[in-house]
Design a protein around this ligand. Structure first.
Ligand code: SF4
Length: 401
């Protein structure tokens, strides 16, 4: 698998894009995780992976989206983004996840990427606004990878994303990325209406034929203003997805990303481990994208490093959720999320101002932690990568496996 995947990447990705990925993400990304681990030992938490939602606006209306896509635009201005990224870089970070809304609706996105040639950006996008010109501009810069979300077949895509001809328009943007020889990924939020089509060997083969280099399987989170619990996976489907991913990683010449398991197959929460936190479209510092409450903002004059490392709210969220679950505290224990929000007097970061009512309407449900069975990685590359750079970093010491 490794040889065919690497030769495919070497043949189809622009050399500047490859160099930037290898150095800014590969080497410097690994270094930032080592720094994170060192700081943890000293009791200081600064996430090596920062996810920034740079605006709320989007051209689609996906089922279960927790972002205020219909509200008037809130976008983080370039100066604030630069100040934040420069401060994070000054403390060893080099990787930044860029989300929205739809990031390509932000007029300064390419300027942002251009102004940080020493960093690496993963852009979470629906792909529909990626023109040939935009893709070629990203190629020239070399330090960004588009992660294009596909949520189902043509019919399911229209239904899931609340628009017409969604899949074709997304595939057009995806093709522009591949034609521009960008390192390109496809993400799917697995749910009941797309698991049979997209959690399949034939879908992975289609992605490989298209020239896609990696794929990321998220699991649908039933949260937000219009919660669709019927879309959420059952525990059996969660295990089915885990097993499929582990098997396909050892077979298919396509890289497969997940954020919820370590090398031994034990579940984890990226927020609880502290490896990542989220910044909302108004600059609010949130434990993770679906916990839409905060006590701090990136506009704080102290700078993002001081703000993060001194946040009692983030600290309590990490430690309390790690005491209760290896899974998703929002899904499994919305009551604990509410308690922490009230305890710290955290404010609702949404424009719609209904986050607490949404939380109170939630009933506990299973998440990625299926206690009965851990499915360990099969392929040595993923075992090593997770063993050293992506695991629970020992935060679940008070919780039996
Ligand atoms: S709280 Fe849930 S959604 Fe947030 S990072 Fe953890 S597992 Fe993911």
């Amino acid at each position: 698998m490794i040889l065919s995947l690497s030769s495919r990447i070497l043949r189809t990705v622009d050399s500047k894009c490859l160099t930037k990925m290898a150095w800014n993400f590969g080497y410097k990304g690994a270094r930032s995780v080592m720094l994170f681990k060192k700081r943890m030992k000293e009791g200081t938490y600064f996430p090596p992976f920062l996810y920034l939602s740079i605006l709320n606006s989007c051209n689609l209306r996906c089922q279960g989206c927790w972002v205020d896509v219909e509200a008037p635009r809130n976008a983080i201005d370039l100066d604030t983004l630069n100040r934040t990224i420069n401060n994070a870089k000054a403390h060893g970070n080099s990787f930044f996840g860029i989300l929205g809304g739809e990031p390509f609706m932000h007029p300064e996105l390419l300027d942002l990427i251009a102004q940080h040639p020493d960093a690496y950006f993963q852009i979470f996008t629906n792909g529909q606004l990626i023109t040939e010109k935009t893709a070629q501009a990203l190629r020239k810069l070399g330090n960004a990878t588009p992660l294009v979300s596909i949520e189902g077949t043509s019919t399911v895509s229209d239904e899931r994303r609340g628009n017409k001809d969604v899949l074709n328009r997304t595939l057009r943007g995806l093709q522009h990325c591949l034609d521009a020889k960008l390192l390109t990924g496809v993400a799917t939020s697995l749910c009941r209406t797309n698991i049979d089509d997209l959690l399949s060997e034939s879908w992975l083969d289609k992605l490989i034929d298209l020239g896609v280099h990696y794929t990321w399987y998220h699991t649908y989170r039933p949260v937000g203003p219009k919660i669709s619990v019927d879309l959420a996976l059952t525990p059996e489907q969660i295990q089915q997805a885990r097993r499929f991913i582990v098997n396909m990683r050892a077979e298919k010449p396509i890289a497969i990303v997940d954020a919820y398991y370590d090398h031994a197959g034990d579940a984890l929460c990226p927020m609880s481990t502290g490896i990542s936190h989220h910044v909302g479209p108004k600059g609010d510092i949130e434990p993770c994208p679906i916990i839409q409450f905060a006590t701090e903002n990136i506009k704080d004059s102290r700078g993002i490093y001081e703000t993060f490392t001194n946040s009692a709210f983030l600290k309590d969220f990490r430690e309390t959720s790690a005491k209760h679950t290896r899974g998703c505290v929002v899904l499994e224990r919305p009551d604990i999320v509410k308690q922490l929000v009230l305890k710290h007097g955290a404010y609702d970061t949404t424009i719609r101002q209904t986050a607490m009512a949404e939380l109170e309407s939630m009933t506990p449900r299973p998440s990625q932690w299926v206690k009965e069975e851990s499915i360990p990685e099969k392929h040595w590359m993923y075992k090593i990568a997770k063993r050293f750079f992506y695991n629970d970093f020992g935060v679940y010491h008070s919780l039996e496996k």
